[in-house]
Design a binder for this molecule. Sequence first.
Ligand SMILES: [Zn+2]
Length: 241
Amino acid sequence: MYQKNRKGYLVVLSENALISLVLSSLEAYAIEKRGARGKNRKGLETYGSIYGQQILLADGRTLFRVEMAQTDTTARQTTESVTFSEEAISLKRAALAAYWPHLDYLGDFHSHPYATLQEARSCEGYYLSEEDRACLTGNWKQLWKDLRYRLGLLVTVAPMKRARESLSWWDGKALNCLQFNIGNFRLWISAFCVFEDSGKGRYTEDHDEGVELSAPALTGLIGEHSPFGRYKNGAFVLAAA
Ligand SMILES: [Zn+2]
């Protein structure tokens, strides 16, 4: 379960999950949240859980299908961190297992808000922080392993001075990070798969070439996940195995 899959990982986001990730991150970024002692704050991080299925592909890769992303409304949000509730994760996971068992708990998402595009770029803020990685390793045996935590998604938000038209879907060196624009917001979504190493949970690396994030609702059907075949001379011919 927790051995690193050397063949690699494919993470596929449903349109529904994509929309939830975008809305939750934008709301936390741009809308002022009323605090208990009159402190109103925005530019906050958000946190939530992701649900779907794990499938073994014919080529040996592990597919994580993210059907749903759901904001944890009890998470404590700040501008630099977000603290989740273990009870909230467990409650929702149990409710899904009881009534909607096809929605298996896969892991979580959180956001990184930045003041400018330049700031996000200069620190490569669309990758996990050391604290993010330490949280997984530090709580591995007590929490994450029991939950069967397998996937972390990160949504990064930064406003631009003006809306820009076109850009490549991939900014980074690997396929685990997608970028896109919503108005004059730049967003990145990146995926990190989890494995156990020396008894500790670890995320795949920032530029791990074995992790591909696919969001067809965003990019359209780009490329083939396995060779399809071609229709020619009046017949369809499968690709050679
Ligand atoms: Zn983080």
